[in-house]
Design a binder for this molecule. Sequence first.
Ligand code: ATP
Ligand code: MG
Length: 411
Amino acid sequence: MYRVRIVSTGHEVLRGQTVDTNAAWLALRATEAGATVRAARTVGDDAAEIAAAIREAAADADCVLVTGGLGPTEDDRTREGLAAALGVEAVFDERAWATVAAYFARAGREPGASQRRQATLPRGTEPLGNEEGTAPGVLGRLGAADVVLLPGPPREMRSVFASAVPARWRATGRLDPTSVRVLWTAGVPESEVAAAIDDLMRSPEPTVGTHPDEGEVAVRVVARGGDADARAAAVASEARRRLGPAVLSEEEGVRVQHAVVRSLHARRLSITPAESVTGGLVARMLVEVPGASEVFRGGFVAYSDAWKHDALGVSRALLAAHGAVSAPVAEAMAEAARARGKTPVGVSTTGVAGPGPDARGVPEGTAFVAAALEGRATRTLALRFSLPRVAVQRRTAVAALDLVRRSLADR
Ligand code: ATP
Ligand code: MG
């Protein structure tokens, strides 16, 4: 077993102004690598507290990962904290300076006096190169533990980590063989996903967990020890069988928008969204995906009733009869998007994001999405959320894309 502890530093993390994505990212990398994450904690930008946290972590870990506070300013105290934990002074390090100077040279600039702080390391520690920024990482040893200082900005943190840490972990020979599988699902609430795989979740090995993320739910399988790959694959495939069409991908970074773009691309189809409640979010999600231009030319944001009529040609009589937040209007919008966008696929959203009901008394959190495919009956889906405004918008966009995904799969 190889034990990892994570220490996040910075008052803005401690106070909740910065969400600690670094700790989550590092914990996931450690788990996938076959290490065991023992604990993660956060301390402010205070050298004595950082020193205490490093000492405490080093007593119970083979590697302590510390993020943040490696910048050039006075509030960047992590190098000082490590020096205090090690009981050594910080000294100017030529190798670290070379890393700082190299970054400035690439950017066509000269390092200033404040950057010398970034090259001042606890005596006996080593600098770790940083391709993405000026602050070198730092590698030290406290008792039996490696202590690795990583920059706070996520891109720099990931880069220093990737270039220095995994190889060092592997060299110890103490990582457990580990296999991690993910199934991303949409269109089914987490409780139902969990119910379908309840027995798999209760079994102690491989571990199976459900992790909801804004309308999609990840099922993650982690197998440890001998035959980890085969055991994880067997459980993942059983989960896949049970979850059926809800499964949209088996890759960590492939979410509903990626699945839709891939599916359209594979079928040589293109899509036009007409969005009310999501205000362009469906389009925004589509263009997150590299290669979206091959399946997406543009779309409509039709927020008011008048614009639904003027831009999309939704009939005033239909709007008056059913209200804008209704299945018939969602259907008319999706069909108009398809026709006016001259694409084989149209998708629409309409809803009440809240707070509060709309003018007709339709309660907040009510939404309808529709998917119109050439030569097929248009499908609509009624949604009901009890969530804040932005979350309703996000979930509605995910549901619209998922309806497109399922409609394409059934085609
Ligand atoms: P800088 O040179 O920018 O000062 P640094 O290594 O000193 O970098 P911090 O000052 O602690 O790092 O943080 C810089 C920025 O990095 C923060 O404002 C925040 O945007 C981001 N950041 C820091 N810690 C975290 C974290 N744990 N998770 C996510 N982002 C973080
Ligand atoms: Mg800083």
